[in-house]
Design a protein around this ligand. Structure first.
Ligand code: NAD
Length: 450
């Protein structure tokens, strides 16, 4: 059966593709394996040059890639443009990392001891549908920079930009077989990458549930894994914060990408002494979020990815929300910006909604704020709004999350490590840290005895 790719803003089919199965996956793995010896032997400066060329080609084709992403995911065009810009930044960063990921010499008796960073071989890269191209680049950048070859599996719902990236990589001069893109179901293509003995490592981004399965499969052959999984991040607003600024920033942190963001600050924790004042500002700011045609310049939020996903998101909203926004009439899988008051133990405050629903929760003091923030299984990101610098640092150290920002909602930059505590994942992406995850450390001792 063919794979129908749908625009979530129009519900129209925009492409039909052949689905890959086991045979195609095996062929891609074989191509990557065949390309590995030559790719690892490419001079570091030349490998860097090719990644820089890939970054440039992504930039040159930025308008087309952004439009393709918007048509396939339904995200506002401005967001897609930003993401494509980050893809280019990521390839630039890892081009620069090629010859800066170094070993050490270690003082030992009787000789010289040194470490090397060796590529792993073929890596299987599995990405979700919410940031298809950007998350692919986070894995491909370090994987290729380290000298590995790759099989990339995009989500079935959103394969178009990954396929285009495969073409652009060839245009940039990457040898055939270095980057292979396979479009097919997770239960077939994904599981084959997990099981195949020639795939040395899995870079996975997706749900915690599938991540658990990937890790269990990888355990059978002690395959390396990096897992970037779900989140339920807290946005902590202290009474001494610039409340206007915090309230103006809060909506984009949870309604960006229609809430389909692993970093969504979907728990807004507000100190009780400022609660009523902040809530009023938050409702005002949420009312200003412009929802509609993803291609319109002013749009800030598009539709959800599918009708089934919309049903799941709706199941989190019971009783009467504090605020429900407006949505276009349809077609399109629209869901309004929604604010609900919640207790920390409520389902909406514990589980990842992955939609535009924020749970607003009061807290008493700093200790209470940290306690609530640390409830639950996730620990991906979060924000702290306060004018007290010492408190900002105390709380940032105490919250069990991989990425925190103070008086800001940003989470990701090419140069800084990103990843989760607890069940939000394992390992780090971005930054130099990701190079460690795509290489194996080797120790060599040379005797200097006469
Ligand atoms: P998903 O787990 O359903 O799918 C992710 C990918 O895994 C897809 O390509 C899918 O085809 C594949 N897959 C499915 N079953 C598989 C299997 N048995 N073996 C191997 N691969 C399989 O996730 P999704 O619904 O596409 O994405 C949403 C989830 O991703 C959310 O939980 C979100 O928090 C998470 N996410 C995390 C990050 C992060 O960096 N931490 C970033 C974005 C999204």
């Amino acid at each position: 059966m063919k794979l129908k790719v749908v625009n979530p803003a129009t519900e129209r089919s925009i492409a039909e593709l052949e689905k890959a199965g086991l045979e195609e996956t095996d062929r891609a793995i074989a191509a990557a394996r065949a390309a590995f010896p030559a790719w690892r032997a490419v001079k570091p400066a030349d490998r860097a040059r090719l990644l820089r060329r890939l970054a440039a080609i992504v930039e040159e084709n930025g308008a087309e890639l952004a439009l393709l992403e918007t048509h396939n995911v339904g995200k506002p065009l401005g967001d897609s443009r930003w993401e494509v810009g980050m893809v280019a930044d990521v390839f630039h960063f890892y081009a620069g990392a090629v010859d800066k990921h170094r070993g050490h010499t270690i003082p030992v008796a009787g000789g010289v001891d040194m470490t090397f960073r060796e590529p792993l071989g073929v890596v299987g890269l599995i990405v979700p549908w919410n940031f298809p191209l950007m998350l692919a680049s986070w894995k491909l950048g370090p994987a290729l920079a380290c000298g590995n070859t790759a099989v990339l599996k995009p989500a079935e719902l959103t394969p178009l930009t990954a396929l285009r990236l495969g073409e652009l990589a060839l245009e940039a001069g990457l040898p055939e077989g270095v980057l292979n893109v396979v479009v097919g179901p997770g239960s077939v293509v994904g599981e084959r990458l997990v099981d195949h003995p020639d795939v040395a490592k899995l870079g996975f981004t997706g749900s915690t549930e599938v991540g658990r399965r990937v890790m269990a499969g990888a355990a059978r052959v002690i395959k390396r894994v990096t897992l970037e999984l779900g989140g339920k991040s807290a946005n902590l607003v202290f009474a001494d914060a610039d409340l206007e600024k915090a309230a103006a920033a809060a909506p984009s942190a949870v309604f960006g990408n229609a809430g389909q963001d692993c970093c969504a600050r979907s728990r807004i924790l507000v100190q009780r002494s400022a609660y009523d004042r902040f809530l009023k500002l938050l409702v005002e700011a949420t009312g200003k979020v412009r929802v509609g045609d993803p291609e319109a310049a002013e749009t800030e939020m598009g539709p959800l990815i599918t009708a089934e996903h919309r049903e799941k998101v709706a199941s989190f909203v019971n009783g009467s929300p504090i605020f429900t926004g407006e949505v276009p009439a349809g077609p399109g899988f629209w869901f309004p910006c929604t604010l609900v008051e919640a207790r920390p133990e409520d389902r909406v405050a514990r589980e990842e909604v992955f939609g535009p629903v924020a749970a607003v929760i009061p807290f008493e003091d700093e200790e209470d704020a940290v306690r609530i923030a640390n409830l639950g299984d996730y620990g991906l990101s979060g924000s702290i709004w306060t004018r007290d610098g010492a408190r900002a640092l105390r709380v940032a150290r105490a919250v069990e999350s991989g990425t925190l920002s103070v008086n800001s909602n940003t989470s990701v930059r090419a140069a800084t490590p990103f990843g989760g505590f607890k069940q939000s994942g394992l390992g780090r992406e971005l930054g130099m840290e990701s190079m460690d995850g795509y290489s194996e450390l080797k120790n060599v001792f040379i005797s200097t005895e006469a």
